[in-house]
Design a protein around this ligand. Sequence first.
Ligand SMILES: C=C(O[C@@H]1C=C(C(=O)O)C=C[C@H]1O)C(=O)O
Length: 211
Amino acid sequence: MLTALETPVIAPTFRQASLFSDQLCSYQPCSYQLFPHWLPVAAARPGMSASWWQWVASTDSLTTRLTVAGGAKAFRVHLLRQTIGLPRRDEALALGIEPRRYAWLREVALCLDDTPWVVARSVAPLSQLQGKGLEGLGERSLGSWLFRQPDLVRGPLYATRHQPRFVAEQCASLLGSVWGRRSVFQHSGLSLLVQEYFLSSMADDLGLPSR
Ligand SMILES: C=C(O[C@@H]1C=C(C(=O)O)C=C[C@H]1O)C(=O)O
């Protein structure tokens, strides 16, 4: 049932709201040829520091990496939105589906001690979700679930320097994104587009360069 998949919008309650800035760029859609703001990650490398490359080009679980990098800080998935809706045009293209096909949309902030380090938006065609149990994921990490799937295949990574508009729709103000990346995961008939934006709060906390 569609209603079972719906989760109401949860207003962000980040303790460090003062860290946010309201300098959002307008959303720039993507996907290499048609949406050139997303570059194959290797093509973005010349503009990226070696430290950020370690994060942006990594293909293992980001949840695990963040938890390790956070040290004593508590890792938490803060659910911003989980609902059924239409994907953006570039998202549909990345998934190889018609833009008018309904999709499962999930937007989260990945926080360390309540400071958002990464915001993410994941999109999967509704027709492929049956039996996967994702509707009950809540504030558990999608990555923890994904990387437990033995047949998981990750598609190529794309990177962007543009800001995520989806969080602008959720938050009045937002920390700037340093780098964004995305890739499509395949598992048992499911294609899942995961888009992750690394925030400047993460750069500050880990002493990473501005790019
Ligand atoms: C894809 C991963 O999962 C993370 C968890 C997410 C979620 O819970 O919605 C979203 C994006 C990720 O950064 C990962 O850990 O690599």
